[in-house]
Design a protein around this ligand. Structure first.
Ligand SMILES: NC(=O)c1ccc[n+]([C@@H]2O[C@H](COP(=O)([O-])OP(=O)(O)OC[C@H]3O[C@@H](n4cnc5c(N)ncnc54)[C@H](OP(=O)(O)O)[C@@H]3O)[C@@H](O)[C@H]2O)c1
Length: 291
């Protein structure tokens, strides 16, 4: 069995690749920058260099693959974020059909089944493109990533946790390694058939106040939780270098997630609950960046 992965120099697919190699699977990684792959993996993986924007490259690089791990890389400068996302998905669909790839695992998000949630809704459209192009698919409707906090290291060093969501409302939160592990399990299994949707929810639902409490306890410093008003979100994203289309998509997602009655469609179950706690993430991954 040969498994193709995109995004393998990133968080989720990087972890999945590590697991697949450990399991002895034949893998091909579609990457723009092979030097970013860990040296320990580089010689054990077929590396194909190119961009997902190049449909011919995606089709060529996935030849003879039995399964594909697909995700939509975030592109901050996309002029039309939805069109860009769907262009990439169509490149995946072309490769799936030309190479008759049987199985696809797609890293999606909770909320992807609804409209009006910016790029999360675009992920829902990608789900449909992939489901139409391959006989067996699973979409992993993931919780928000703990790693998102890496963009807030400077504020955290100053004892401030900014949140775009209501600070007392609990949301699922997952470490990307858990998502990578779930993806690897699906990719290594060649017995499942049909189209599946799975939540990936981390160890527990937490509010921003819960996060601040855990950060205080683990880091041993005070942490003040502060909500960023919704009207400031779009401007903050533009200042971070996002195109207006990408900023609108992110702002739309946060506004929808912040609604009082918003809940992921997929309920938390023992199957969607994954092992890494926020406390262990802070100890092992975040705290070293705050020193
Ligand atoms: N953040 C969240 O809370 C959250 C929640 C649910 C779902 N998701 C989804 O999870 C997915 C995976 O996230 P992640 O954290 O693993 O992503 P990541 O760490 O940002 O990795 C993205 C990867 O895509 C590669 N890439 C970017 N543009 C590319 C292109 N044009 N051609 C080929 N490769 C390209 C990057 O490689 P180089 O830049 O090195 O080339 C990198 O390896 C995303 O699609 C996101 O939508 C995120």
């Amino acid at each position: 069995m040969k498994i193709a992965l995109v995004g393998a120099t990133g968080n989720v697919a990087g972890r999945a690749l590590e697991k697949l190699v450990q399991a002895g699977a034949r893998t091909v990684a579609l990457v723009r920058h092979p030097e970013k792959l860990p040296e320990s993996l580089r010689s054990r993986v077929q590396v194909e260099q190119g961009s997902l924007e190049d449909g011919a490259f995606v089709a060529r690089a996935t030849r003879a693959a039995d399964a594909l791990l697909w995700l939509t890389p975030t592109t901050f400068d996309a002029r039309d974020f939805r069109a860009h996302t769907l262009d990439l998905a169509r490149n995946a669909a072309r490769a799936l059909q030309e190479n008759t790839i049987q199985r696809v695992v797609f890293v999606s998000s909770h909320g992807a089944d609804r409209s009006g949630l910016g790029h999360v809704s675009f992920a829902g459209e990608v789900e449909q493109v992939l489901e139409a192009a391959a006989p067996h698919t699973v979409v992993l409707r993931s919780a928000g990533f703990m790693e998102n906090l890496f963009t807030s290291v400077e504020a955290l060093k100053h004892g401030q946790l900014f949140t775009l969501l209501p600070p007392d409302k609990k949301y699922p939160l997952v470490a990307t390694r858990d998502v990578g592990d779930v993806a690897a399990r699906w990719l290594l299994d060649s017995t499942w058939t049909g189209h599946h949707v799975r939540g990936v929810h981390g160890a527990e639902d937490l509010s921003a106040h819960d996060l601040a409490g855990i950060l205080e306890r683990v880091l041993g410093t005070p942490m003040r939780c502060q909500q960023v008003p919704p009207e400031a979100i779009r401007d903050a994203f533009l200042k971070r270098g996002m195109s207006p289309s990408v900023a609108d998509a992110y702002a739309g997602m946060f506004k929808a997630f912040a609604q009082k009655d918003y809940r992921p469609t997929e309920p938390r179950t023992p199957e969607t609950t994954t092992p890494t706690t926020f406390e262990s993430f802070v100890r092992e991954r975040l705290a070293p960046r705050l020193r």
